[in-house]
Design a protein around this ligand. Structure first.
Ligand code: G3P
Length: 253
């Protein structure tokens, strides 16, 4: 029971067992997140290039990165560089920016340009092709994060990890669209990466529903990148809504 007299300011309070510092100022509670020291935990990224969608959701403190691709940028109807700049300004720590080119030298050149603009916030997204893998090897050797995209097989996952990729993005929804099993691929890659102690992280992409998020994590994905609609559904359950309705009703007698 809260015995704080109404209207009286609450004292500043630091909960040593919480990952957050709670600064109580009267009834307005400011929460300052401390750096997350747990590195090997599942993470959610948001898969969108709509800046307002990102802005609305980053305030939850539950989103560790943003992934974009040329199709998402096109859907936004905006210039890519304006989109990246606006996402950067939101304080996002990890932003996947895709570069498009045929040769590894073009990919590296474009990647360096991105890196010069966004530094460590940028993760360079490269296609999982021979040229992409070559570019990945070069960029990771000089300490630039790379997300290898359009991964559809275990052999591709192996090549990406040998090239030092930070992330690989298996597209699970697109596999299902083509009568393949996207989640099985996550499981298979997860097993190999764990047995070989591979540091490359599995970033499940093309995720279209909350059940796939849960399964992807169960099968060893490190990160799921999800569209805003799926993010919004993560906290919802029909029984929660029904229970809440009943509690509200009963609270009013
Ligand atoms: O992150 C990749 C994602 O944007 C692709 O999703 O639904 O177009 O297959 P989708």
């Amino acid at each position: 029971m809260d015995s704080t007299p109404q209207g009286e300011s609450l004292p500043t309070h630091v909960d040593k067992h919480s990952p957050y510092t709670y600064l109580d100022k009267g009834f307005e509670i400011l929460i300052t997140p401390t750096p997350n020291t747990q590195t090997n935990v599942m993470k959610l990224f948001l898969d969108t290039a709509i800046v307002s969608d990102i802005e609305e959701r980053v305030s939850t403190g539950l989103i560790d990165g943003i992934t974009t691709n040329p199709t998402l940028i096109r859907k936004s109807g905006r210039d890519p560089w304006n989109v990246y700049r606006d996402i950067f300004k939101l304080g996002v720590k990890d932003l996947s920016i895709e570069v498009v080119g045929e040769s590894s030298s073009t990919l590296v050149k474009l990647a360096m340009n991105v890196y010069e603009n966004y530094g460590n916030v940028a993760t360079i997204k490269l296609p999982c092709t021979t040229e992409g893998v070559k570019a990945c090897k070069y960029l990771t050797n000089i300490g630039i994060r790379v997300n290898m995209t359009l991964v559809f097989s275990v052999s591709q996952a192996i090549m990406c990890s040998l090239a030092g990729a930070t992330y690989i993005s298996p597209f699970i929804g697109r596999m299902d669209d083509n009568s393949l099993n996207g989640l099985d691929l996550i499981k298979h890659i997860g097993t190999i990466y764990r047995s070989q102690q591979i540091k490359t992280q599995v970033l499940a992409a093309s995720v279209r529903d909350v059940q796939s998020v849960a399964k992807a994590f169960e099968y060893g994905a490190d990160i799921c990148t999800i569209p805003p609609k799926v993010f919004d559904s993560m906290c919802s359950h029909v029984l929660t809504d029904a229970g809440l309705e009943k509690f509200k009703e009963d609270a009013n007698f």
